[in-house]
Design a binder for this molecule. Structure first.
Ligand SMILES: O=C(O)CCC(=O)C(=O)O
Ligand SMILES: [Fe+2]
Length: 371
């Protein structure tokens, strides 16, 4: 889908994108955006900066670590645990404000300017999507925009976050155990390897395991028992916010469960595309017309692939904290009769709501998961 990101977008473009979003998000819970205005080069440069950050001595990285204050800052591998037990093997740098707060400008000149500018781009793209979403739901174009007016303002009134992610290579090294949690592991700093679309067949050697996954909706078998212990890249979950914009390098590993399906399916790689997936809040707001999408990042089956690192960038778009989320805000009409989803939704409205309250709770107390 092709989008434009001017501050006051042309109504006909908003309408057209709204129609496409309506179909994709209702049927699939996700959509791939192209011509979105954020260049591939800019994304790759952000990953270069992240690689340089990960390469800093750990005592320097410590200066930028996320404090309990808000979600802003660096998160070491092994700190977050989606399923409450298995450590996630990824470095995350969360940006919650455009004020370049506590960014590693001194050890890494250019980091703050580039990443803040990228965060601004993702915010602009989100503002466009919010308008297209409103149009797609037959409500005034500014409806969602007004409820997301504090994104990245730094005033703690909105949880929207740009997150730079690096998943280190998984090296099976029985002699010299890599202890990821303590941070001593071999990193690879390759950039995007391929500029070619890669939509591998939907079946993969994991499928037999996938069938079993259905028993436990969100705790899929993402973990792998390796000589280093049990590991995952990113456990199965749905995002909490309105929607998430996700850019990935060409390493793959992202899998989703489409609405009404129990099977994990690969997303594949379309160079330069940004994936949008619905979060819990949008699902609640729309009475699951736009369902939250379960997803995870698996450790690749093939040893030579998992021995490379993987990069992604996620922008979690959240409403302002004081927003009342009520499905009654939206007209209770079905989406165009030809696109009405007849399949049973796996996740109930009640479950989505419970997850959201868990998220709120996690913001108030200590948390193992913050997207
Ligand atoms: O890295 C990815 O591709 C996905 C990350 C993700 O889903 C999350 O952080 O919520
Ligand atoms: Fe996610």
């Amino acid at each position: 889908m092709s989008v434009g990101t001017e501050e006051t977008p042309v109504r006909s473009v908003v309408n057209r994108v709204g129609l496409q979003l309506q179909k994709c998000l209702n049927e699939k819970g996700l959509c791939l955006l192209v011509n979105h205005g954020i260049s591939d080069e800019k994304l790759k440069t952000a990953w270069d900066h992240l690689d340089d950050f990960v390469d800093l001595p750990s005592d320097v990285r410590e200066h930028y670590i996320r404090t309990g204050d808000d979600n802003h800052g660096y998160v070491r591998p092994g700190v977050e645990r989606f399923n409450g037990k298995t450590p996630e093997l990824r470095h995350a740098f969360n940006i919650c404000t455009l004020n370049a707060k506590n960014l590693p400008e001194e050890p890494l000149p250019g980091f703050a300017e580039h990443i803040s500018s990228l965060a601004q781009d993702f915010k602009a793209l989100s503002r466009f999507i919010l308008q297209a979403l409103a149009v797609s739901l037959d409500i005034p174009q500014s409806f969602f925009l007004e409820k997301h007016s504090h994104m990245l303002s730094g005033d703690h009134d909105n949880e929207s976050t740009l997150r730079l992610l690096y998943y280190p290579p998984i090296i099976e090294d029985t002699d010299e155990k890599n202890d990821f949690i303590k941070g001593s592991c071999i990193y690879s700093y390759q950039r995007c390897l391929s500029d070619k679309p890669d939509f591998r067949p939907e079946t993969n050697p994991r499928d037999e395991i996938n069938e079993l996954d259905g028993k436990d909706e969100l705790n899929g078998t993402t973990e792998r028992q390796l000589p280093n212990g049990e590991m995952i890249r990113c456990g199965a979950h749905t995002d909490y916010g309105t929607f998430t914009l996700l850019a990935q390098d060409s390493e793959g590993g992202l899998e989703v469960k489409l609405p009404g399906s129990e099977k994990w399916q690969r997303v594949g790689h379309l160079p330069g595309a940004i994936l949008i997936n619905c979060g819990e809040i949008l699902s609640i707001w729309t009475r699951e017309r736009y369902p939250a999408l379960p997803h995870r990042v698996v450790i690749p089956e093939q040893q030579h692939i998992r021995s490379r690192g993987r990069h992604s960038i996620a922008f979690f778009c959240h409403p302002d904290n004081l927003t009342m989320i009520s499905p009654n805000d939206l007209p209770n009409n079905e989406i165009g009769t030809d696109t009405v989803d007849k399949k049973p939704r796996k996740k109930s409205f009640k479950a989505a709501k419970e997850n959201f309250f868990l998220f709120l709770k996690s913001l108030l107390g200590s948390t193992t998961h913050t997207s």
